[in-house]
Ligand binder design. Structure first.
Ligand code: SF4
Length: 248
């Protein structure tokens, strides 16, 4: 089987350059957005959003595809509250800009910590994260069921820091509680989505979170940074800009 290596990706011009080393040929593939359609004839979507940087590209794709959707913000995993409010406000700002309904759900941190008990030292992508995704999807599916949505999805999977299979498993499991609800496992990273996500974050100058969200991810990221000679995270200080910092 031939191996293709990705080199020098200038995402600003939305072009991938791919080198086939055996033939020394350069191909250019333009990564324009594709117009999407909701699966199985659904006519609206409840989109769970984790933050503005992740949902920005998803929202713009849905808007360009003329898909009817609402944003569902339920993230009791984000601590401390200062960080939670900044991330939420950024998401509200972008939703208002595009006139998209923003559903602001509970910040029930007590429930989140109760479910995380015993998992405090689990690594990212482990069982604590499965619990965390399960919890957020369960509430998304419940809201969808009670408010006439029949299709749910999430912006969580667009981040390269996340395990898409783990996220989709949680989404499918939550939707399975309701025969009427379906989880849409669309891969938002595809067709340049992951690169446009950064592009939009730079353009909108979104707040740039530097850890996943919970106190344990904050603790572990800080430990890693100190081990690598870097300063601890300063909440509320870092914003995307056209300096093209892709750290998180
Ligand atoms: S690391 Fe992220 S996904 Fe995992 S439990 Fe913490 S906030 Fe949730």
């Amino acid at each position: 089987m031939k191996t293709f290596h990705l080199i020098a990706i200038p995402y600003r011009i939305k072009t991938f350059t791919i080198l086939n080393p055996s033939l020394f040929i350069l191909f250019n593939m333009t990564l324009e957005r594709k117009k999407l359609e909701l699966p199985q004839g659904h006519n609206k979507l409840l989109l769970h959003s984790c933050c503005a940087p992740c949902s920005g590209e998803v929202m713009e794709t849905l808007i360009e595809s003329e898909i009817d959707f609402s944003i569902f913000f339920y993230n009791p995993n984000i601590h401390p509250v200062k960080e939670y409010l900044i991330r939420k406000e950024e998401n509200i700002r972008f939703a208002e800009k595009h006139n998209i309904e923003f559903i602001d759900c509970d910040y029930d941190t007590d429930n989140w910590f109760a479910r995380a008990k015993g998992m405090e030292n689990e690594p990212e992508k482990g069982i604590r994260c499965t619990m965390c995704f399960d919890m957020r999807f369960e509430r998304t599916a419940l809201y969808a069921y009670e408010h006439g949505f029949r299709l749910i999805s999430s912006s969580l999977g667009i981040s390269r820091w996340k395990d898409m299979q783990q996220i989709n498993g949680c989404g499918i499991r939550a939707a399975a509680h309701y025969p009427e609800i379906e989880y849409w496992d669309y891969n938002w990273r595809k067709n340049g989505g992951a690169h446009r996500m950064i592009e939009i974050s730079n353009r909108e100058e979104f707040y740039q979170q530097e850890y996943c969200g919970c106190v344990y991810s904050l603790r572990d990221t800080n430990r890693w940074r100190m081990k690598n000679g870097r300063d601890r995270i300063k909440l509320g200080e870092k914003f995307y800009s056209n300096a093209m910092d892709e750290e998180h």
